[in-house]
Design a protein around this ligand. Structure first.
Ligand code: NAP
Ligand code: FE
Length: 375
């Protein structure tokens, strides 16, 4: 068995894991907290962090300007604020957007004065400030990987910043923080995690260990979303029981560990256009392409083998997955030929296409958009 497994975040899970581990927040005398507008507060995570920081005598400044699909310019602004304040570490609280943004803020803070795009000259950067991450969605797995998916201002394009210094030192996964997330986003983020699992499982970079995490994550998501398991108990406002929230939270983290080894496949770049141009939430935007992903990869013996192994591991068939996952995403769009051409142009150079047994061509990218959403 050949392995190269590296995931240096210390992962601590379970209810009240933040307050139970207050001592780990003593990473310095001052920190910056990076969040979105509402979720950190609504989830209860911000209050837990504030009382924890108080208990260890750490001063903090709050930067709550992170929107969905974070702009690189906003992260640069956060970095400047962190540097001015003299923050010694960064606490990210939220969904994938604030967590990814926290990684960029930590890098900008340590490299004060660089232009936003210089963030991508990773080898020239000084190490980022240390990071603590607390997810409030069960989706991206950002807490256990170094990816920071940023939107380039004015370009309508996402570009991933990925530095060896972007891992969280500590990641706290407390499923209770996801209970305030409504149904639409809970389903979308779970679909994102499912996409991470299947796209990672088929990646040529996958290993026995990454596939184990991918199958674990996908199995839990399938059982909760599709088979309605763990439904005994009081549902929250989003319609999920605590046991379901727990299963989805750990599944998403498992998906994050899987893509930490492999990265993602073509549904991700194809989905970015739907998110940035049409406002489709990230998970749904990726899951819309799962059927196509299965169809094209089934054309190679290796793809077919891995798909049947993956499907078997979660107790389904590849055909069922191809049908059910896009249906759950329920993305309904009409795209004309000009738009499809523009979309392909924006994402055709992503590295994701080489990351599965079948490598789709530019013509096939257009074909996929057209078959799913053509007028
Ligand atoms: P998100 O963009 O972080 O948040 C979506 C929405 O949900 C926001 O309105 C947010 O509010 C709200 N929200 C989050 N948690 C909540 C809670 N507990 N209660 C109530 N509302 C809550 O969503 P996401 O799907 O987790 O992240 C998507 C981003 O992650 C995309 O930019 C995507 O490209 C990236 N991504 C990263 C990775 C990776 O590996 N690093 C993988 C996949 C995707 P606020 O605005 O108030 O926060
Ligand atoms: Fe994703």
């Amino acid at each position: 068995m050949k392995l190269d497994f590296y995931m240096p975040a210390r992962l601590i899970t379970g209810e009240n894991s933040v307050v139970r581990n207050a001592g780990l927040f003593a990473l310095g005398k001052k920190c910056i907290i990076v969040t979105g507008k509402r979720s950190a507060k609504a989830s209860g995570a911000l209050d837990d962090v504030l009382s924890t920081l108080d208990s260890v005598g750490c001063e903090h400044v709050l930067f709550d300007k992170i929107g969905e699909n974070p702009l690189i310019s906003t992260c640069a602004e956060g970095g400047r604020l962190a540097a001015e304040f003299g923050a010694e570490f960064v606490v990210g609280i939220g969904g994938g957007s604030p967590l990814d943004a926290a990684k960029a803020v930590a890098a900008f803070a340590a490299n004060d004065g660089i232009q936003p795009l210089e963030l991508y000259n990773v080898s020239t950067l000084k190490p980022s400030l240390p990071l603590i991450g607390i997810p409030t969605t069960a989706g991206t797995g950002s807490e256990v990987n170094p990816y920071s998916v940023l939107t380039l201002d004015g370009a309508g394009k996402k570009k991933t910043f990925n530095s060896p210094h972007s891992y969280f030192k500590y990641a706290f996964v407390d499923p209770k923080y996801t209970r305030s997330l409504g149904r639409e986003y809970t389903v979308s983020t779970a679909l994102d995690a499912f996409c991470h699992c299947i796209e990672s499982y088929l990646s040529p970079k996958s290993t026995d260990i990454s596939r184990m995490f991918a199958a674990f994550g996908a199995g839990h998501i399938w059982r909760v979303l599709v088979e309605g398991e763990l439904a005994e108990g009081e549902p929250d406002a989003g319609g999920f029981t605590y046991a379901q929230r727990e299963a989805l939270a750990y599944a998403a983290t498992a998906g994050g560990v899987a893509i930490n080894t492999t990265g993602t496949g073509f549904p991700h770049p194809l989905g970015y256009n739907l998110t940035l141009d049409r406002g489709t939430p990230h998970g749904k935007a990726c899951a819309a392409f799962t059927g196509a992903y299965i169809k094209y990869n089934s054309r190679t013996p290796e793809g077919e083998r891995l798909l049947s192994e993956f499907a078997h591991a979660i107790g389904a068939s590849a055909g069922e997955i191809a049908e059910v996952i896009p249906k759950l995403a329920a993305v309904d769009l009409n795209l004309d030929d000009e738009t499809i051409k523009r979309y392909v142009e924006k994402v055709k150079d992503a590295s994701n296409y080489a990351n599965s047994p079948y490598k789709i061509s530019e013509e096939e990218m257009a074909e996929i958009y057209s078959e799913l959403f053509g007028k």
